[in-house]
Design a protein. Structure first.
Length: 313
């Protein structure tokens, strides 16, 4: 008997909710929902996020009820689950084990939210985050599905805060720290306080200015000292450093704009600069400033920022 083939969008939604979606697959969903939005009569130019979210959910529920074919219903459910509208932050509610869960997505803008316990979460660009509408039980558990987030956790010694990022679990009582999840890496960087990071096969404790990283889903955690400010500055409105190396700046820029650096000469990482840029500055504008004030040439090539010395004539 021939097995029933799943709709491709249904497969991608399942991967998104389970935290197993790749960057390429996430882009497919993003492109789909962007095009779906353009075909629809949703006005995203005004109104607050909550009101806009309610309008979109009501519209989708009506469309799903009226869908004549199953394929149409799947299309609308896909849009409902992962609507990523023009840099807006969108919330979709679903059920897990009887508990109402909220899933949020960002695209081209940094955004933030406050959880039921008073904890504040800053979401980086292209991030998917899931959390319960209210915290029941003995812990406060949320999920970073993809992207990056900075956490300011409200202290509660009776109910630890737990962030799940695939196989990596981060547990805290109340502190500030940053988590980044890509296709092959999860890293946790602590700004203040103390956190415990664990995988099925390893566990470490981190204090301020320490970072733990798991690469390629190996389960092994690598701990090192870092400048935690570099891993949290991406959420600031303006960036201003009197004395920073290009290597350090590359970390900050990658977190803020999403593109990694490639240094043709590793020695250039130690080149020190004074730099400032504003929240509204584009990546191209930032690179143009660096090109002007330094003796290096920066160029975007295939989603990588290449850094090399300027030729001297």
């Amino acid at each position: 008997m021939k097995s029933k083939e799943q709709h491709p969008l249904s497969v991608l939604i399942h991967k998104l909710l389970s935290g197993k979606i790749s960057g390429e697959e996430h882009k497919v969903l993003q492109d789909f929902t962007d095009s779906y939005k353009q075909e629809s009569a949703w006005d995203t130019s005004s109104g607050n996020k909550k009101e806009l979210g309610e309008k979109i959910r009501d519209s989708l529920r009506l469309r799903i009820r009226k869908a004549e074919r199953k394929k149409q219903a799947v299309r609308y459910m896909a849009a409902a689950c992962v609507v990523l509208c023009m840099g807006l932050f969108f919330v979709w509610q679903y059920k897990t084990g009887g508990t109402a869960q909220l899933m949020v997505s960002t695209t081209s803008q940094i955004d933030s939210l406050t959880l039921a316990d008073g904890s504040k979460i800053y979401l980086n660009r292209n991030t998917v985050f899931s959390y319960p509408e209210k915290f029941d039980g003995n812990s406060r558990t949320v999920k970073l599905i993809s992207g990056g987030a900075y956490f300011k956790i409200a202290r509660n010694e009776q109910k630890p805060f737990v962030i799940v990022s695939e196989d990596v679990k981060t547990e805290v009582l109340g502190t500030t720290f940053n988590i980044i999840k890509s296709d092959s890496t999860v890293n946790v960087t602590v700004s203040t306080g103390k956190v415990k990071v664990s995988t099925p096969s390893d566990s470490v404790e981190l204090l301020a200015d320490e970072q733990a990283a798991m690469h390629n889903r190996s389960g092994k955690l690598v701990k090192k000292k870092v400048k935690s400010q570099l891993y949290s500055s991406w959420m600031n409105k303006d960036i201003d450093y009197e004395d920073i190396t290009l290597g350090e700046l590359s970390t900050l820029v990658e977190l803020r704009y999403g593109l990694p650096f490639h240094f043709e000469d590793p020695a250039l990482k130690d080149y020190k600069v004074k730099v400032s840029f504003l929240k509204q500055d584009s990546l191209e504008s930032v690179l143009s400033k660096l090109h002007f004030i330094t003796n290096v040439k920066l160029k975007i090539n295939k989603n990588v920022i290449t850094v090399k010395s300027k030729e001297i004539h």
